[in-house]
Design a protein around this ligand. Structure first.
Ligand SMILES: Nc1ncnc2c1ncn2[C@@H]1O[C@H](COP(=O)(O)OP(=O)(O)OP(=O)(O)O)[C@@H](O)[C@H]1O
Ligand SMILES: [Mg+2]
Length: 295
C-alpha cells in the first residue's frame, strides 16, 4: 500500500498542473436527497453568468447525474467518457443558458477513491483546466455522507449545505456538518434553507443548526438565508426550464438572486490556488490511508 501511494504521489508531483486554479469553487451539497441542490446550483450559476462572471457548472453527482435533464440539454459525452480517456474536456463541455459551461455527469460512476490513478489523473487535469478558465465553478454534489461527496467538498473549500425545514433534512444536514468537522477542514461553510414557507421559518432553522454546530462541532456556519417554497419550481422542472428563466419575478427566483448576493458572487475575490492542491490531497490520501467510508 505504501509503495502504491508513493508512486501515485510522485506521478502527481511530476505532472504539475499547467495552471493553478484561479476560480472560486463552490460545492453545493446536502445530507438528505431531494432538498433542492440541483435547482439551487443551476440558479446560482445562471445568476452569476448574467452578471458577466465566467461560470462553469459540474454535475458532480457520481450516482445520479441530472443537470442536463433539468435544462433539457442532450450531451453526447459526459464525465464518464472524460475519466475513461474517450473524450477531452472540450468535447465533453456543453454550453447552457447564459453561456454557462456545463460538465455533464455520468450516472453510476465509481467513487473517486476507486477510480484508479490514470482515471483520477484525467479528472484532476480536467478540473484544473476548468478552474483556470473560469471565475466561478459550482459543483452540484450527490446527497449524503459518501466519500466522494466529502472529498469534493473538501477540495472545493467552500460549501453550501442545503436543507429544508423538515426535521429529517435538518438531522441529515447536521450529520453532514459533523462529518466535515471530524474529517476535513471547510474554511467557508454556508447553510441555506430551501422550500421555506417564510423567511422567519428559515431563520429559525438556521439559528438552530448554527448554534448546534457552534456548540458541539466548534464550527462557524455562515448564513445563506432562505429560498422560498414556490410551486413554480416544480412546474419549471416539468417544463425543463430553470425557474429563474421561466418565472424571473417569482419569489423563488428572487430568493436565488438574494442568495447569490449573500454569497458575494458578484464581488471580486482573492485568487484561490488551493483547489487543485486539495484535490491532489484527496487522491493521495485515499490511497495512502485506505479510507473506508462506503460509496
Ligand atoms: N424552492 C422550492 N419550492 C418548491 N419546490 C421545490 C423547491 N426547490 C426544489 N423543489 C422541488 O424539489 C425537487 C427536487 O429538487 P432538486 O432536484 O433540485 O433536489 P436535489 O437536492 O438536487 O435532489 P437529489 O438529491 O436527488 O440530487 C424539484 O424537482 C422540485 O419539485
Ligand atoms: Mg440533484
Amino acid at each position: 500500500m505504501r509503495d502504491q501511494a508513493w508512486k501515485l504521489r510522485s506521478l502527481i508531483e511530476e505532472k504539475a498542473s499547467p495552471v493553478e486554479g484561479r476560480g472560486r469553487v463552490l460545492a453545493v451539497t446536502s445530507g438528505k436527497g431531494g432538498v433542492g441542490k440541483t435547482n439551487i446550483s443551476v440558479g446560482l450559476a445562471l445568476s452569476a453568468a448574467r452578471s458577466g462572471i465566467r461560470t462553469a457548472l459540474i454535475d458532480g453527482d457520481l450516482g445520479l447525474a441530472n443537470i442536463d435533464v433539468l435544462l433539457d440539454l442532450h450531451p453526447g459525452k459526459n464525465l464518464g467518457h472524460l475519466v475513461d480517456g474517450e473524450a477531452s474536456l472540450r468535447e465533453v463541455l456543453i454550453t447552457g443558458p447564459e453561456g454557462i459551461q456545463i460538465l455533464p455527469g455520468a450516472s453510476g460512476l465509481s467513487r473517486i477513491a476507486d477510480m484508479g490513478h490514470s482515471r483520477q489523473q484525467r479528472l484532476l487535469d480536467a478540473l484544473g483546466e476548468l478552474v483556470s478558465d473560469h471565475d466561478l465553478v459550482i459543483i452540484d454534489t450527490g446527497a449524503g455522507i459518501s466519500r466522494s461527496v466529502v472529498d469534493l467538498c473538501h477540495a472545493a473549500g467552500e460549501v453550501l449545505v442545503v436543507t429544508t425545514p423538515e426535521p429529517t433534512a435538518i438531522v441529515d444536514a447536521y450529520a453532514m456538518l459533523k462529518v466535515f468537522s471530524c474529517e476535513v477542514r471547510i474554511p467557508n461553510c454556508w447553510l441555506t434553507v430551501n422550500q421555506a414557507q417564510s423567511r422567519g421559518e428559515a431563520q429559525q432553522v438556521t439559528s438552530r443548526i448554527k448554534s448546534l454546530a457552534k456548540k458541539f462541532l466548534s464550527m462557524d456556519l455562515q448564513d445563506g438565508g432562505a429560498v422560498l417554497y414556490d410551486p413554480r419550481v416544480s412546474a419549471s422542472v416539468r417544463k425543463r426550464q430553470h425557474f429563474t428563466m421561466a418565472y424571473p419575478t417569482s419569489p423563488a427566483a428572487r430568493s436565488i438572486r438574494e442568495l447569490s448576493d449573500g454569497l458575494g458572487m458578484k464581488q471580486p475575490r482573492p485568487v484561490d490556488r488551493g483547489f487543485l492542491h486539495r484535490l491532489k490531497e484527496v487522491f493521495v490520501g485515499d490511497l495512502g490511508r485506505g479510507r473506508e467510508r462506503s460509496p
